[in-house]
Design a protein around this ligand. Sequence first.
Ligand SMILES: Cc1cc2nc3c(=O)[nH]c(=O)nc-3n(C[C@H](O)[C@H](O)[C@H](O)COP(=O)(O)OP(=O)(O)OC[C@H]3O[C@@H](n4cnc5c(N)ncnc54)[C@H](O)[C@@H]3O)c2cc1C
Length: 448
Amino acid sequence: MLLLAVGVAAVLAILVTRGSNDSESSEPSNENTTNEAETVTKTTKEETPKTEVKADPVAEAPAEEVATEAPAEEAANEAPAEETADEAPAEETADETASDEAPTKAPQPEAAVTTTGLNGDDLGPNVVALLEVSGDHLGGAARATLAAAVQLAKATDVELHVCCLGSATQSAKEACVEGVTAVHTITNDAFNEPVAELYTAAALTALQATQASIVVAPASSVAKDYLPRVAETLGAGMISEAIAVDGPKTFKRALWAGSAIATVEAHSERLALTIQPTAFDPVKPGDGSTSAIEFEVPATKTRFIEFAGTVSERPSLGDAEVVVAGGRGCGVSGGESEFDFGPVENLADSLGGAIGASRAVVDAGWVPNDWQIGQTGKTVAPKLYIACGISGAIQHVAGMKGSKTIVAINKDPEAPIFQVADYGLVGDLHQLCPELIEKISNEGLKVG
Ligand SMILES: Cc1cc2nc3c(=O)[nH]c(=O)nc-3n(C[C@H](O)[C@H](O)[C@H](O)COP(=O)(O)OP(=O)(O)OC[C@H]3O[C@@H](n4cnc5c(N)ncnc54)[C@H](O)[C@@H]3O)c2cc1C
């Protein structure tokens, strides 16, 4: 329903009445990042389900395939930029060349072992869900992955094992839910450093220990990095960011910012699958016993140096029940700054929510990159999403349309965002946000 009104009463009404499901989220969505050589793709527009699109550029020239021909890491390993610079700095080389001496060849680093040596021989038919865990409870993305894995194991008629990876895996017991045969853990401090080779080795160990040849993981940034490697090692088909399980080998994926849905089918016995967590209702946390899988941390060709995350008191975009996002409408003229995100930040804080943004304002440098929501940003599905001064471009909507209730504040009554909004306020966000905050504060409203 689209209700356009200059006023705040309708919005406030939903703040206290709407939304009861868990919120879910996923990491930023990379486009075309997976090898789908083992899959066939049939693309169908949502509105006209029988229309087939023959050419799917994603399937024809997957980015991962190109990357595997000359992996950046291997190239870096042969002559790492940093090390080369340390050992034979450009200036020195120039001096040596000038004095007619042969330039010193930078020593090559020793070859490192990349995996535990497993290659996936003698795997069984089971499904294993790999979950990155930390803390005392399973997050929404992990529980959504479990939901997808339960569906897949049922469709395949095999056992479903879960393997939780992390430096602290006490939350694994919550993965003991209906449909799961056994829950395992691989606990090691090494997982604090998200090196893909490490996770690949752990995944192969888990596959062998659980007699599985089908592996499912959430489309997290870590899994997007390591799961294609697992698929390559196993010779498995790889299907990325599935939004539905149609059968043992058949899945749905969103294409072109969700404007088309592709049905894809794996033709291989072995399968690696990432799922889009916001597309599945998370299972309720269970309780039960788990068993540890032994794992030998391999030497890796890459090493972790630093994680430069944003520190914030606010809830993360992935976990927040409320997300308030700002767009180019936060711009101001005539002041010291060309923008004012204050109304958006204050509204988010008044509701205990997280802050998001459109790509336009991220690209403009107004806000940090990790606030971006959309096709090339994060996907969120909170109970309440308030879009302030965001036009509603398809690429933005792709990242928030799963929200339970969407409120749009925009001064243009024709803005496309109103087509996906449940409630709309037409007006200036710099005026309407403070009005909303005042009502929320005066009446002690919160999202329930
Ligand atoms: C390949 C690709 C990937 C992309 N990925 C993303 C992505 O992940 N996320 C994303 O967001 N975009 C993405 N984009 C960009 C996207 O197409 C839009 O350009 C962008 O979302 C527009 O941001 P905006 O809505 O803030 O700005 P605009 O489109 O300029 O809209 C600003 C809105 O603010 C309103 N407004 C202005 N002043 C006020 C005011 N004072 N009060 C209230 N309303 C006001 C205007 O009416 C307008 O509707 C992508 C584009 C491409 C091509």
